[in-house]
Design a protein around this ligand. Sequence first.
Ligand code: ADP
Ligand code: MG
Length: 382
Amino acid sequence: MSPDGGPMLKTTHGFAENMIDEQESKRSAMLELQHISHNYGAVKALRDVSLTAYKGEFLTILGESGSGKTTILRVISGLETATSAEVIAIEGANVAHVPAAHRNCTTVFQNYALFPHMSVQENVEYGLSVRGMPKADRAKRALEALEMVKLDGKADRRVSQLSGGERQRVALARAIVTQPAILLLDEPLGALDEKLRQQMQEELVRLHSRLGMTFVYITHSQEEALTMSDRIALMCNGEIVQIGTPEDLFDRPNSAFAAEFMGFENIFEGHLKEISDERVSVEVNGHGFHGRWSGHQAPLIGQKAFAAIRAERLKLEGAENHAEDNALKCSAGSTLYRGKYVDQHLQTEIGPMRARIWDRANRKSSISTVSWHPDDCVVTAP
Ligand code: ADP
Ligand code: MG
């Protein structure tokens, strides 16, 4: 079995994968899901999901709206009973039949779910008083948690007197004060504006390393996932389609879907022509390109494949070229001003492409070829 629970497929990266597999098996699992499926009536929300979160890991579940992210969290926390589940284990103990209140995990929701008539401190203490903790201990723990989220000066405020960002911090403090083994976070920054969101991303990462707790974090934002996570599980339509480090997902998407989700602007369908270890060549509309195989299975000559290249990796006239570069004739189309950079649309014989120009001085009046290095050309299965 591979680390993500799927069958271990032999690929050209077999050696490296085995090494990672060995490393992973040395880490201990905090959360383990095996073969979880869940239906809401006719909707298949989860399809045979298997996932491990290691102790102290920041694991992000990334996917578009409706892909099944919240359902996974609800199954982990016990708010939802999966239609079928082989294993749901926390710290090695199967919790499939343990009610939500007795699972060692807490959820932070996007809508905060705070008590508006209570003070900040009362909100944070609430979970501790439910557990029967004496008042003096409660207050101490609550103030510590509020200090961690930088709200110690606002313990006596009513929640209704707080900004959205501050409310989210109270929700966080209330979740960590009970010291769960796993903190589940369901798009907790979704309601915040851009600047506050970025600031909270950094604070959450800091909080995570200070607490040493296992975080399972949900987002639909690839940028957020890349910035915060130790590993990312990418979901599509109720399935985990790829799991790996941010670098794995960003540089080695294993499917055309993953490449598109991770922001590759140029993706072309073709067929594999040659295979030599990790290097492959792919034919797209009569043109051959060299690239790196990144599919999740071993490549086969003649199979359908996709070549994916990031806009910033395309080289236009005047850029330094290598002998092995892929190249195409092209003509320049419109440009799109994006502030920090300009995107240049190109017409080529394999279709439209988009190149990114960071330095305004590099904008060319005439463009007749576009090229890119084989290392920057990811070739994946469908
Ligand atoms: P995400 O959190 O990734 O947006 P969800 O896990 O909420 O996705 O939903 C997965 C799928 O299940 C979606 O198609 C959604 O419409 C459906 N779904 C979620 N909750 C319910 C429900 N209570 N009843 C029926 N369908 C639901
Ligand atoms: Mg959701």
